[in-house]
Ligand binder design. Structure first.
Ligand SMILES: C[S@@+](CC[C@H](N)C(=O)[O-])C[C@H]1O[C@@H](n2cnc3c(N)ncnc32)[C@H](O)[C@@H]1O
Length: 277
């Protein structure tokens, strides 16, 4: 199989040594309720049904998702903890703002935008994680438009442009990172906000560099280019963004070299005239 088309589900299975990624030890009463209609108690038959359906959808990486009662799925990646940082970058009330999530996995970020009142919301995910999002959509009853497409298929003429564009964890998985950024710029509405996160080189002395990954990183063959922090900022600027803030730095997975994950908040500006195509 060519690297570019490697299914991240296989990677998750390799990294966790099992198809089934364990749910972290969380207190269900402290989790976000993505629907006001989630039952406090689940009828035993309904609980078994939801559990069985969620089981068929392993591996769950994003989470934790409360499905009602004390039933929780997912959470290998604690997206609830990430939102502790993301939340401060946006107004509490997103009413009247449209949102696009690119590389949306099981939809955690899209469900958060929905909870904060954004709409319409489009979420794009080309792999089987899309099925997890559809399952959750059914449980939560939201109107998010989950589309099983990759970023290359996003078109402003077809999908519109968005007041908020969120994209995290995708750039280093793509052999053409600048093209991805150009697409994100094309999808951003005038006056809109980009929230962009990526793995980056942790070593500050390599901040201006971009490292090519010839094989795998952390057993994951879908890594291609890992930018330093400054290189990432320059690429965003070249693609037509003005960076307003850097935030949310966390440690990345321990592979062949040290990486961090970090976010940028940016607005739209002019793209470099030297970038064509
Ligand atoms: C590291 S995960 C990050 C998921 C999510 N954005 C988050 O922050 O938790 C990268 C996601 O991008 C998806 N992806 C891979 N190739 C893609 C493409 N060409 N277009 C859009 N999404 C893609 C993967 O399936 C995966 O769900």
């Amino acid at each position: 199989m060519g690297r570019r088309f490697a299914d991240p589900r296989d990677t998750a299975a390799r990294q966790y040594g099992a198809e089934k990624v364990p749910v972290p030890d969380v207190d269900p009463s402290e989790l976000v309720r993505f629907s006001p209609d989630l039952p406090e108690q689940l009828d035993p038959d309904r609980r078994r049904e939801l559990e069985a359906r969620a089981d068929e959808l392993h591996p769950w990486l994003q989470g934790p998702f409360l499905l009602g009662g004390d039933l929780v799925v997912g959470g290998a990646w604690r997206i609830d903890q990430r939102w502790g940082l993301l939340a401060e970058q946006l107004p509490e009330d997103l009413s009247g703002r449209s949102a696009l999530d690119v590389g949306s996995n099981a939809g955690y970020d899209a469900f958060m935008f929905n909870l904060r009142g954004a709409g319409p919301i489009v979420a794009c995910e080309p792999f089987e994680y899309h099925e997890q999002a559809l399952f959750l959509q059914e449980v939560y009853g939201t109107a998010i438009d989950f589309q099983r497409i990759g970023w290359r298929e996003l078109e402003p003429d077809r999908h519109g442009t968005f007041d908020i564009v969120h994209c995290n964890g995708l750039l280093y998985h793509d052999p053409h990172p600048l093209m991805l950024l150009q697409k994100l710029r094309a999808m951003l509405a005038d006056g809109g906000t980009l929230l962009f996160g990526s793995m980056m080189l942790a070593d500050p002395s390599l901040s201006e560099h971009m490292r090519f990954v010839p094989g795998s990183y952390f057993d994951d063959p879908t890594w291609w280019w890992v930018p330093g922090r400054l290189a990432m900022r320059w690429m965003l600027e070249a693609a037509g963004f003005e960076v307003e803030a850097e935030f949310g730095e966390t440690h990345g997975p321990a592979g062949q070299f040290r990486v961090i994950n970090g976010y940028f908040r940016a607005s739209g500006a002019e793209q470099s005239p030297l970038i064509t195509g």
